[in-house]
Write a protein that binds this ligand. Sequence first.
Ligand code: ADP
Ligand code: MG
Length: 343
Amino acid sequence: MQDPRQNHPIVQLEGVAKSYGGAVALSRLDLTVHAGEFFTLLGPSGSGKTTSLRLIAGFERPDSGRILLDGQDVATLPPFARAVNTVFQDYALFPHLTLVENVAYGLRARKMPKAQAHAEAEKALDAVKLVDFAARKPAQLSGGQRQRVALARAMVNRPRVLLLDEPLGALDLKLRHQMQQELKRLQFETGITFIYVTHDQDEALSMSDRIAVFSHGRIEQIGTAFDLYERPASAFVADFVGSSNILGNTLLRPEKLHLLAPGNAVPAGYEARPGTVREAIYLGAVTRYSLALEDGAALQVMEANIVPVQGALRFAPGDAALAVWPRSACVEIGGSSQQGERK
Ligand code: ADP
Ligand code: MG
């Protein structure tokens, strides 16, 4: 399969800025999304993700900068004239219409004959595995099913780009995971470019070809899940994506550390720091330890429970322990080995 990152740019933001009153929502954003990408905007609440989507969709106008779709400046195009569709978190289905009528609604509004519109709608419902429910009303569906109808309704228009703003936010964790896989499959099968907004780093890492990390209306870094996790461009990215130990300018991911009983030899190529275990939390697949170092700093250590836990964890709070890690696990934050685009 071809890597979508090699494809032509389909959405470009160039120096896009947006303020509300005196408050800056976005400051000079530069962003290029390639055709066929699953591209995610990740960041905490208020960091400018929704504003970015609304600008691309045409619901807002930038104060400055350019937005290009397929190389064309869309400044003067209203939302309906852009080859872009949006799926919102709250679904916004018509309660009095059946599913097939809901999905066909946009096609009918554009004067497609009813039989053809319904046939297209049924195909879209089939893609989200709801064609058997075509005659039901939204109230007869679960939250996850309603979200799939909203997706079918957006995809039936065959947009070049689909914008999704926290579409799984209202679902419980299990359903969320199922829908993540569904969305991935749909994106892959249709080849539609997805621009996906989430504040959930696990969701972003598991689904995206590339991710833009937002903070305070700026992009901190753009890269693959690997880039962000292994080579974060800033302390913010290191901390927001995964959990981290930050020693000065050095990042040490907790799973790269290991605890030894005091007095053990430190293996060649490893560094070691002695400390006292403060916390030992068994999480099934892993155990998470917090180690207080002699200088007062804390180190998080995540150990995979590869060997069956026999009655007790290897270390308990109060135990002395030696944290060890391979020198190669130390990553300089914002280091020059950074791959991919960086802002
Ligand atoms: P996110 O989607 O990442 O949570 P938003 O893009 O919604 O963030 O918001 C970015 C910033 O812009 C926030 O500080 C928010 O309060 C502000 N903002 C967004 N929309 C409006 C609006 N219509 N009026 C005033 N401020 C807004
Ligand atoms: Mg938002």
